[in-house]
Write a protein that binds this ligand. Sequence first.
Ligand SMILES: [Zn+2]
Length: 356
Amino acid sequence: MRYIDYSTPLPKLVVFVFVVVHFPHRERHFPAAQGTVNNALACFSHMNPLLTTADSIVLRNLLHDASSSDDSSKARSDQISKDALAALTDDCSDAFETTVFTGWDRKVLPDWLSDKLLLPYILWAQGVVRRRTDVVFLTHIMLYLLTSVPSALMLYYRFSYTHAVGHWLMQAYYCGPFTLLLHNHIHNGGVLAKKYAWFDSIFPYILEPLMGHTWDSYYYHHVKHHHVEGNGPEDLSSTLRYQRDDLFDFILYVLRFMTLVWIELPLYFLRKHKRSLAIRCLVSEISTLLAIYLLAIRYPRPTTFVFILPHIMMRIGMMVGNWGQHAFIDEIDPASDFRSSITLIDVAVCCSVFLT
Ligand SMILES: [Zn+2]
C-alpha cells in the first residue's frame, strides 16, 4: 500500500515551498477597527501580521477556545467572531472595506493620494465589477493589460534579452494572482457587471496565453473535470496513484500532465459520454499550441519569452500546487472530503495559490 512517510523531507519541503512562494502576494487588508471586528481581534498579539482580518478573527477564536475552559465564554467568543466575519463582507456594515490591492495596505498611502485618486477609483470600480468586494479583480485585469500586453508587443517589435528576462520575471510574479482571478472567473462565469460582459468574455483570451494558460482549458480541466472527480481515482490530476514522498513519482506526475493532458482530458470526456466537451477542449488546447508554434517559427526569440517559458512555468506551477494541496489524500477513502483535506492555520497561503 502506498503511504506517506512524514519523517522524510519531501512532504515538508512541498508545504514549505508552497507557503513561502505565496507569502509575497498576501493581501494586507486591515479594515478600520470598529465595533464587533475590534472585539474579535482583541487580546492576541503574537500572530502573523500578514494574515487577513478574517483569518485573524478565526485564528483568535480558536486560540481563545484552546485557552479557555469556560463554555459560556467560548460561546460568546464564537458569536463575536461570527458577527465580525459577517460584518466584513456586508456592504452595509461600517467594517466593510473593498479590497483594491493584494500586495499592500491602502493605509500606507498619503491622505491626499487616497482622497484624490484611490477613493474615486474605488467608487468607479465598484460600478464596473459584479460585486463590490471584487474591485481587486478589476485592478489586476487593468494591471495585466497595461503592463504584460504592451511589454509583449514591444518584445515582438524590438527584442532584447534584458527586456525578455524582465518580462518573463514579471509574468512569473503575475501568474499566481492571475490564476486566482481566472479561478473566480471560470466558476462564476465572469467577474464584471453585466453591461461589461463583452469585455469580461474577451480579456481572458488575451491574458491567458501571456500567463501560460491555453485558451479555455483551465475551465474544462478545473470546472468540468477536476471538481467533478474531486481528486478521486478518475481525476487525471489526482495524486492517489503516486508515492507522494518520492521525488521520482513527483517528476512523473508533472511530466504526465505536461505531455499528455492535451489528449488525456478529451479522452476522459469521451469516457464520460461528453463528446462536445471532448471536442471543445481538444480544439482549444491544440489551437493555442498551434498558434504559439506558428509564432515561434516566425519569431523564435520573443515567442520563447512571451509564450513558451510562461507556459512551461504555469504547467509546472499548477502541478506543484495540486501536489502540495492534495499530497495527503486518503487512499482508503479518497471520496471523503474530510479525510483528504488539509487545514493550514496561521499561514498566509490562500491569496495566490495555483488551483488545478
Ligand atoms: Zn475551483
